[in-house]
Design a protein around this ligand. Structure first.
Ligand code: NOJ
Length: 539
């Protein structure tokens, strides 16, 4: 194999399909209404049958759970609610034995205020760990040092009466930001990475990686001229001095070099930035994040032309050699089935699994779980509690996995920590497995087709001009080529051979019928239908 071929050889994180598990909500094994690691182990068979290749677990480390695990009080242990280190080791071993990779959430931007580092830092101005966090004197006239806002409401500065200083928290006051300008902090987190990599984990999804470095001069953020009532209050300012600072690129490169000391591990960055800025996180010479999460589809209007434009912008912005990725849902955003509707959720699944790049599926999206209504007394999310009434709550997309029509959807024998929707008796894994045309079986078929069709994994992306609700593209690798035609509208459409010369056959329809139906010249799509064809389309 020559060098170029070796470089192009697709490694697992380019070939594979990622699946995000929100551990609190996947499977409870000890009857406390909260999911855990033994629960996940018991569901590895399901994940294997689904066909995914890598599991990313949201945080499982000791935490006061102010932000449900994104407030960590010990980076190198397992929270008892999720199990023990022995359970974790078993999970790694069994996942690997079934050919599944395991990725952990790394939360380096902030700790819990209960972390020993912060307890020590807070002790006094002279603490040896004082500079591990971001402490500032009050503004000259009193009050917070500057105008920076917390993403979860209010000032980002919390006053500490004992020492007369403020500390910075981009999220909750219980989540003080670490000072990433301090080399000791960097080394401490790199040691955490080495601890888990040494245990065999296959990589990290790094929480808010674009937040790590803040402006050295602590300048005020400028007002956002486009701020409208109804947006979360922190959006009143542009985060010019709190996120995406140039120096963060050095930190990402350092993290990457920690990872590169181990074989074939992946670095994924959580980054909410416009595409033009996002792609900077691949790093100089691609020595940054392997996969800066591409969230463009999370907020895209469900419109064929807009999505076509997003794909084009992304494809053009990618640095040479950078590998793309796509995401349709996560634990912070409304469920895709609720954003686009149940019918289009099938088209969305076909889009996600046929675009060029690594797809990440959010647990439950494969069975069409929708946003669950949360009554005021059931709200758990601190974002919703701090900023009520704007619809920012994330509980509705974090509800228990719907496994069966049994009590509590087979998730737990106890009352789950978040409610289940009434329709779980119908919309659950067991029922949908038995229905040949279900979204679950469509997802499995899409994954299986992707695996046996090299064009869908490594092939290039070629847009095909279309109008209205149609989104069409070809994926081609050498002599292997498929065309994906998606109808993002509810009305039927007919593609005539004058517009797009077609021949070949249908490999898969989102309706799960028409298999091997020949195409001769025209292709008719029903409303809300997507098809993958072996057709040769002259582009
Ligand atoms: C991003 C995580 O995805 C989100 O759930 C969390 O609340 C914030 N980071 C703060 O850690």
């Amino acid at each position: 194999m020559d060098v170029l071929q070796a470089v192009n050889e697709p490694v697992w994180w380019r070939r594979g399909i990622f699946y995000q598990i929100y551990p609190r909500s996947f499977q409870d094994s000890d009857a406390n209404g909260i999911g855990d690691l033994p629960g996940i182990i018991g569901r590895l068979r399901y994940l294997k049958d689904l066909g995914v290749d890598a599991l990313w677990l949201s945080p499982i480390f000791p935490s006061p759970m102010a932000d449900f695990g994104y407030d960590i009080s010990d980076y190198t242990a397992i929270d008892p609610v999720f199990g023990t280190m022995a359970d974790f080791d078993r999970l790694v071993a069994q996942a690997h034995a079934s050919g599944l990779k395991l990725i952990l959430d790394l939360v380096p931007n902030h700790t819990s205020d209960q972390h020993p580092w912060f307890i020590e830092s807070r002790r006094s101005r002279d603490s040896t760990k004082r500079d591990w966090y971001i402490w500032r004197d009050p503004a000259p006239g009193g009050g917070p040092p500057n105008n920076w806002l917390s993403e979860f409401g209010g000032s980002a500065w919390q006053y500490d009466a004992a020492s007369g200083q403020y500390y910075y928290h981009a999220f909750l006051a219980q989540q003080p930001d670490l000072n990433w300008r301090n080399p000791a902090v960097r080394q401490a987190i790199y040691d955490v990475m080495r601890f888990w990599l040494g245990k065999g984990v296959d990589g990290f999804r790094v929480d808010v990686i674009w937040h790590l470095i803040k402006d050295e001069g602590f300048r005020d953020n400028p007002p956002n001229p486009n701020f409208r009532e109804g947006q979360p209050p922190h959006q009143a300012l542009l985060p010019a001095y709190t996120t995406d600072q140039p120096e963060v690129q050095h930190v990402v490169a350092e993290m990457r070099s920690v990872l590169d000391a181990f074989r074939e591990r992946v670095l994924i960055g959580e980054i909410y930035l416009p595409i033009a800025r996002l792609v900077a996180y691949y790093g100089k010479d691609l020595l940054g994040a392997h996969l800066p999460f591409n969230f463009a589809l999370l907020s895209a209007p469900w419109n064929a032309r807009r999505i076509e434009a997003i794909i084009a912008e992304y494809e053009h912005a990618l640095p040479p050699g950078a590998w793309p990725n796509w995401v349709l849902g996560n634990h912070d955003r409304p469920r895709v089935a609720s954003r686009v509707g149940a019918e289009q959720a099938r088209v969305a699944a076909m889009l996600l699994l046929t675009l060029r790049g690594t797809p990440t599926l959010y647990y439950g999206d494969e069975i069409g779980m929708h946003q669950v209504a949360i009554a005021p007394e059931q709200v758990r999310d601190p974002f919703e509690k701090n900023v009520p009434g704007l619809g920012v709550g994330r509980d509705g997309c974090r509800t228990p996995m719907q496994w069966s029509s049994a009590a509590n959807a087979g998730f737990s024998t106890a009352q789950p920590w978040l409610p289940l929707p009434d329709d779980f008796v119908r919309e659950n894994v067991l029922n949908l497995e038995a229905d040949p045309a279900s979204l679950l079986n469509l997802t499995k078929a899409l994954i299986a087709l992707r695996k046996r069709c090299p064009a869908l994994v490594t092939g290039g992306y070629e847009p095909i001009a279309a109008q209205g609700d149609l989104l069409i593209y070809r994926r081609r690798s050498g002599s292997s080529s498929v065309v994906v035609a998606l109808n993002l509208g509810a009305d039927p459409v007919s593609l005539s051979s004058d517009a797009i010369p077609l021949s070949g056959e249908i490999l898969l329809s989102t309706f799960m019928d028409r298999v091997a139906e020949p195409i001769s010249g025209t292709l008719d799509l029903r409303g809300n239908e997507g098809v993958i064809t072996s057709a040769v389309a002259a582009g």
